[in-house]
Design a protein around this ligand. Sequence first.
Ligand SMILES: [Zn+2]
Length: 192
Amino acid sequence: MHYFDPPNIEKSILRKAGINETVLVPIKPFKGALPQNCLNNVKAYIDSFGGEVQLGWIFSIMGNIALKLTAHAVVKTNEQKFLCVTPNPYRKDKVRFSPDNGVNALIVNNFLPQKLVPLITNKMLDNYLALEREMNDLRLANSGLVSQKQVLDIQLKAQVLYPSILQLAKENTSQKDYCFCGSNKKRAKCCK
Ligand SMILES: [Zn+2]
């Protein structure tokens, strides 16, 4: 089970993260653009073709129980249209994006932040998300150079919680929802 980008995310879910407006932004990576390197891709694009950096969030979901907001940079073209120039493993055509200039204040050493939002009230889930946040904070504070021991410590704690988290995901994913396993299929046609 992991975070994945389903074909649709309901507005009621996005509102739990304080997101009211999203736009579908066309994805057109240019030659040489790298995955997970959106800010540099956008800057390289602007050097050649003009435009401005627009920061904001993209979204993924884990088992209908947690929403992840990942900071993302797109181009605001000279025609004032948004354009995503970064290759996306989940999406070939368009990506759901919420513009937010506040992201700029959260960037540390060029590392883009994430936000984790629980979609249900559960102590175990809160503990699990706290571990994910701890890992993100370590990466942000250390420019990605986190010691193996620190990573293992957090992973061991997460492993202990994982069976409960998987069970929560199963309980909160109806047969009509996208499957918690991340297959992008409806659960009725996927995992028991
Ligand atoms: Zn499945």
